[in-house]
Design a binder for this molecule. Sequence first.
Ligand code: CMP
Length: 145
Amino acid sequence: MLGRPQSAKMDLLKAVPLFSGLSRRHLTLIAKAADETTAAEGDILARQDKLGREFALILDGRVRVERDGKRLAWLGVGDFFGEMSIIDGLPRSATVVAETATALLVIETRAFSALLDTTPGLQRKIMVGLCERLRAADAALASVN
Ligand code: CMP
């Protein structure tokens, strides 16, 4: 994370629910691996069927997740995307579009995989996030059947 003093980076990470509860050592590793970036409304942040190279956490703004042009979800502050391609090595499952000006914390594939391997607390939170999405998808599917 460039552009912020170390103490401010750590404060930022500690305030993110995905990273809360992690040790100082793990937060330091994440701070080293993460870059802050911004996107404008309408920017494509991930493209369905393309290889994914980044995990992203939303610091500000809102994004829309779409598959085959149909909306699957909106994601906002504290939510993340791009984890699936990194975990299973397959192309992006969906397209992610910035609905507003958006600030992101981005971690490239190799660094994110290494963090997952070495940070059990992070693994669990990502798994909980995946469970939430599966439950929401199940509920949506059940409501149309
Ligand atoms: P990935 O497949 O790497 O790239 C697209 C991302 O969209 C995916 O990772 C998830 O982070 C996110 N995504 C896919 N499906 C959903 C969904 N149903 N709800 C919320 N986010 C999703």
